[in-house]
Design a protein around this ligand. Structure first.
Ligand code: AMP
Length: 436
């Protein structure tokens, strides 16, 4: 046996424990996302957290996520493995492996890992939800995908969100634009930090989203992509913007918005929150890509998708003061003054009938059990004393502020209890209620 540590273990740097009630809010968010994606015809997929390193290297070695931030290691059999830094590569790998019929419209939720410098809103382990569509090259699909990301954030109650849209053009457009950006920044190389000069050498487009305030005026004068788009990609982009206006999704054009992957082309977008710190204000983003399926060993296939950062969305909800759905709470808390059998049997019976019930273990006085009942957030306390036990009844006592307003304390026959508690349950709110 190993000796106990001198200090208690703590979670690793940048990896956080999600405790109640945040965990409940996160689950509610996932449920809202799943429902919205389901309404748009997307089916869920789940792919492994670990893949061969090569799967993620295909995302582009010039990106920091791949070159600097991946957790990777050699397995006992010598295979190079990596923890996924994002969800797209695994989904496209699965697409290539299983060759489903086209188009493939899927949603995915899961954890990703990046060895970044941790700060509020930026962790080494975080959750994303997203969608991918493979096999469709139609600008109206871009509208569907962008609108879905927008709708999810609206559904959860965020109001201070900006949608930035751009089109990277096709590969040739992008290559010519990259050259223009490279030579523009070459001329001001002296004003770049060491890290920025390194970015200039590896992936000049990334300089356009460098965060250092001193660089902002330089970036503002950098060439814009619009001058480099082919007629075809310009008309694709026009159709996307027209579509967004038609479905009522407000957007801001961001002519210098570029995204990390080498395979992004045409539509690219990002959603930012005005309520959280500027350095971490990206709630999510996505875009159209191609060649990824090919790079992973499949046929050339068009793809488009987005990922939303769950941790960031929760931060934005908190910053905007949105209450959000939490767990519905307990219907009843059983207070047993007769030794515990009644609490044991009654909680079981209520749960089997679909009600949420809890109790205090270890007994205790009426006063102490009632204190626990109050803290539990239950709508009512069900009190069983000797008297109730004899008469086959319980005393139903509404708990203040817990949703049983207007109900007086009274006795209920055990047989009638389930029906009475159901009648007390408030009708569950439906998504969209109260929004006009
Ligand atoms: P990306 O693939 O970098 O565009 O990530 C998509 C979204 O995931 C971002 O907009 C963030 O909301 C979220 N995200 C990315 N990296 C992190 C991180 N280190 N910690 C928390 N959320 C992240």
């Amino acid at each position: 046996m190993t000796a106990a540590p001198s200090e208690p273990f703590r979670a690793l740097t940048g990896m956080r424990d999600v405790l109640p009630p945040e965990a409940g809010r996160r689950r509610a968010l996932l449920a809202q996302f799943a429902a919205a994606a389901g309404r748009a015809g997307y089916a869920e997929v789940a792919v492994p957290v670990l893949e061969e390193l090569g799967v993620f290297e295909r995302l582009g070695e010039a990106t920091d996520v791949v070159s600097k931030e991946m957790y990777h290691f050699t397995d006992q059999d010598g295979t190079e493995l990596a923890l996924r830094p994002e969800l797209t590569a695994g989904v496209v790998r699965a697409f290539v492996q299983h060759a489903p019929t086209l188009p493939w419209k899927v949603w995915v939720a899961g954890t990703a890992f990046r060895r970044e410098r941790p700060q509020r809103g930026r962790y080494r382990m975080f959750d994303q939800v997203g969608v991918e569509v493979l096999g469709v090259d139609d600008p109206d699909l871009d509208v569907e995908v962008v609108a879905l990301a927008w709708q999810v954030l609206a559904d959860v109650g965020l109001r201070d969100v900006t949608l930035l849209v751009n089109s990277l053009g096709d590969h040739e457009d992008r290559a010519r634009y990259t050259e223009a950006v490279r030579s523009y920044f070459e001329e001001v190389r002296g004003r770049l930090s060491e890290g920025e000069q390194d970015t200039l050498d590896r992936n000049p487009l990334r300089l356009l989203d460098a965060k250092r305030p001193e660089l902002a005026p330089v970036i503002a004068r950098a060439p814009e992509l619009s001058a480099y788009r082919s007629d075809e990609s310009a008309s694709h982009y026009e159709r996307v913007l027209t579509g967004l206006r038609a479905v009522g999704v407000p957007y801001t054009e961001a002519p210098r918005l570029v995204r990390g992957l080498d395979y992004y082309r045409r539509t690219t977008f990002e959603l930012t929150s005005g309520a959280i710190d500027a350095a971490q204000n990206a709630l999510g983003g996505g875009g159209r890509y191609d060649r990824l399926a090919e790079e992973l060993g499949g046929r050339p296939t068009d793809g488009i998708g987005f990922a939303l950062g769950v941790d960031r969305v929760l931060l934005a909800l908190e910053a905007e003061g949105v209450e959000g759905d939490t767990d519905p709470g307990l219907d009843a808390f059983v207070v047993d003054l007769t030794g515990g059998e009644a609490a044991r049997d009654l909680t079981h019976e209520l749960r089997a009938a679909g009600l949420a019930a809890d109790r205090r273990f270890g007994g205790g006085s009426m006063r102490s059990q009632m204190k626990h009942a109050d803290r539990s957030g239950a709508a009512v306390a069900l009190i069983v004393g000797e008297d109730e036990l004899q008469s086959g009844e319980v005393t139903l006592r509404p708990l203040r502020g817990h949703g049983a307003d207007g109900v007086e304390q009274h006795r209920v026959r055990r047989k009638a209890l389930v029906a009475e508690l159901r009648a007390l349950q408030a009708p569950a709110p439906r998504p969209g209620d109260g929004e006009h």
